[in-house]
Design a binder for this molecule. Structure first.
Ligand SMILES: [Zn+2]
Length: 241
């Protein structure tokens, strides 16, 4: 016979525990780093990791946001082999979809704030070979990127506190529209490269992901033309003219 009331008591206890005021969340600054070679951003709460990346050429830009040290909503970290690109999402369906598309699940990157204090916005650069997403609490930075052709993908996750400049950063945040004084410094390499498409087991790179020879391909990955050539891939006879 089932011990109905015992089971119910357990559920009540659980619900009570979940509803109880959480212990104060510890806040951690999430450092935002930029790799000028790949265009990728990386985020870490670990000062030692931040500074070790700086020593090998990454630039520490700013505090990206302030994250709770725990919550009920993990933000998953995924990695795309060959492209050297990370992606972050609190959507477990998106995580599973990307894993099916060949991305590697690397665990929990950080946590989203369950009180939804500050919104992190997500933008997508369809032309970047890596670092194709940008995440920011700064609406002006989002709008600036969208004006450059990035796609506004809305909510990424929630922060405890907004990003902010850090006097110890390596250079000012790239965001502030208008602070360039019209010099329009394109500096460094452009982030927009010639994108081609390939499949993990194929020998060709394609002009478009909708090339008819890719119709049955489950995993189609973008790469720069240079990278595709360095991987030993050849131009597709069907779509490359
Ligand atoms: Zn093709």
């Amino acid at each position: 016979m089932h011990k109905g009331t015992g089971w119910l008591a357990a559920v009540v206890a659980l619900v009570t525990a979940m509803a109880a005021p959480a212990t104060a969340l510890a806040a951690q600054d999430m450092y935002r780093l930029y790799n000028p070679n790949s265009g990728e951003h990386f985020y870490t709460a670990n000062v030692a990791e931040r500074d070790s990346l700086r020593r090998v050429g990454w630039r520490y830009e700013q505090v990206g946001w302030v994250a709770p040290d725990h919550s009920a909503t993990p933000v998953y970290r995924l990695y795309k082999p060959n492209a050297g690109d990370h992606h972050y999402t609190m959507n477990s369906n998106e995580k599973d979809m990307l894993v099916n598309a060949g991305w590697r699940f690397e665990g929990i990157g950080w946590y989203s704030d369950d009180a939804h204090s500050v919104t992190m916005f997500r933008q997508y650069n369809p032309n970047a070979r890596s670092g194709s997403h940008n995440y920011t609490t700064n609406g002006s930075e989002r709008d600036w990127l969208v004006s450059l052709g990035w796609r506004d993908e809305g909510l990424a996750w929630y922060a405890l506190g907004p990003g902010r400049a850090d006097p110890n950063a390596d250079k000012p945040a790239p965001s502030n529209p208008g602070t360039d004084g019209g010099s329009s410094s394109q500096g460094g390499g452009s982030t927009v490269t010639n994108v081609v498409y390939y499949t993990p087991n194929g020998g060709c790179y394609h002009k478009t992901a909708s090339c008819r020879t890719l119709r049955r391909s489950k995993t189609i990955l973008p790469a720069s033309l240079t990278d595709a050539q360095q991987m030993g891939l050849k131009p597709c006879k069907e779509c490359w003219h």
